[in-house]
Design a protein around this ligand. Structure first.
Ligand code: NAD
Ligand code: GLY
Length: 371
């Protein structure tokens, strides 16, 4: 792996023709305002953050906007997955209308994936679409949710059931913001990092096996490297299949199982990354039951997820029927059949509806956390 410590800021590109945009990764980016003010289309902006992140970082962003002569307003949302709702989107739209923001205004999402998804969706629908900028402040949002243009909110019956594709103008991933992140949230983000190794990059998976202790100690150079490799994979997949006609679905490894866990346990009780971690083990288990992969894939996944302090099984109390009922309303259902991301090998995932339903029931009935 190349050493990113010699180059504090790395810039990748998401190649989508006229909607291409940069992802800046590194330490000190919040003190380089031109990285984002250059992407503000008009002369006004609305910054969306939440009650946890705003006290930490909002003033720095507002000061930069003042210095650049950009008129700004703000919306501070309640913190939590349970607030990722249409009501939150409405509160942003209300403020935009009250403060007479026009079609050239730019929305700025300052926070984790919840703030990013809500803000991106508000930007997608306000006056049929205004520009937006992502300033992700969690590991999960820096490696995944801020890149690729999936925006949206939850419905009581299912995760991310309401949304739109809307690409940001740029992504600013300042690794210094991870200093204030709670340890449990660092772990949750690490689940999506491990995902990239599992679906696409066995060499990266081995690197993570070697470096996980340093990553969990928040070694800055290691974190920047993990974010760079993750974003590189995500950017390449999104550039190849922006609207998830095919390939992009591999990014959903563990997510169909995971969304069922999040939904069954009540939004916010299991973190998204925790549920994805359990879901990835279930995907490995089902692939192994079909004889598609060697047992070592599941075993190595469990060991790495353990090192990242993540759950490797579903909640003990969830029944097979509960799983199947919730999975049946997932977005990955096609003509009544649940599509799943499964494994050909470590580092190679594929999307399948051609699995044995009895083996799926066995996977759902096993893989439980001990109580
Ligand atoms: P989150 O946004 O809830 O953030 C986690 C917690 O950390 C929150 O309490 C937040 O206030 C706090 N926080 C954020 N930054 C902080 C910082 N720097 N210091 C201290 N605390 C901080 O959760 P998340 O894990 O970032 O994102 C999860 C969401 O992302 C889910 O809703 C999931 O569905 C979505 N998601 C979307 C995509 C996509 O492609 N759009 C991809 C993956 C996940
Ligand atoms: N997190 C899955 C995707 O962006 O497609």
């Amino acid at each position: 792996m190349p050493d990113s410590s010699t180059n504090p800021i790395q810039t990748l590109q998401v190649d989508l023709g006229e909607r291409s945009y940069p992802i800046h990764i590194g330490s000190g980016l919040l003190d380089q305002p031109e990285r984002f003010t250059d992407h503000i289309a008009g002369s006004s902006a609305l910054v969306v953050s939440n009650t946890t992140v705003a006290p930490l970082y909002l003033n720095r962003v507002l000061t930069h906007l003042d210095q650049a002569g950009i008129r700004h307003d703000q919306v501070i949302l309640e913190d939590g997955e349970e607030y990722k709702t249409l009501a939150a989107v409405e509160s942003i739209i209300d403020r935009l209308i009250e403060q007479r923001h026009d079609r050239k205004t730019t929305l700025i999402a300052l926070g984790g994936g919840v703030v990013g998804d809500i803000t991106g969706f508000a930007a997608a629908i306000y006056q049929r679409g205004v520009p937006f900028i992502q300033i992700p402040t969690t590991l999960l949002s820096q490696v995944d949710s801020s890149v690729g243009g999936k925006t949206g909110v939850n419905h009581p019956s299912g995760k991310n059931m309401i949304g739109a594709f809307h690409q940001p103008r740029c992504v600013i991933a300042d690794t210094d913001t991870l200093d204030s992140l709670p340890q449990r949230e660092l772990s949750a983000g690490m689940a999506e990092v491990i995902k990239y190794g599992l679906i696409h990059d066995a060499e990266f998976f081995s690197w993570l096996e070697r470096e996980m202790e340093g990553l969990m100690r928040r070694d800055k150079a290691l974190l920047a490297e993990a974010i760079r490799v993750s974003c590189e994979t995500k950017a390449a997949v999104v550039a190849a299949d922006e609207r998830e006609a095919g390939l992009r679905a591999i990014l959903n490894l563990g997510h169909t199982f995971g969304h069922a866990i999040e939904s069954a346990m009540g939004y916010g009780n299991w973190l998204h990354g925790e549920a994805v971690a359990a879901g990835m083990v279930m995907a490995a288990d089902l692939s192994e039951r079909h004889g598609w992969i060697d047992p070592s894939v599941r075993q190595r996944s469990i060991e790495l997820l353990n090192k990242a302090r993540l759950p490797t099984g579903a909640p003990a109390g969830m029944s097979v029927e509960q799983f199947l009922d919730i999975m049946a309303i997932d977005k990955k259902v096609d003509a009544g059949v649940i599509k799943l991301v499964l494994f050909k090998s470590l580092g190679e995932a594929f999307v399948s509806d051609d699995y044995n339903p009895q083996l799926l029931r066995e996977t759902l009935g096993n893989n439980r956390l001990e109580t």
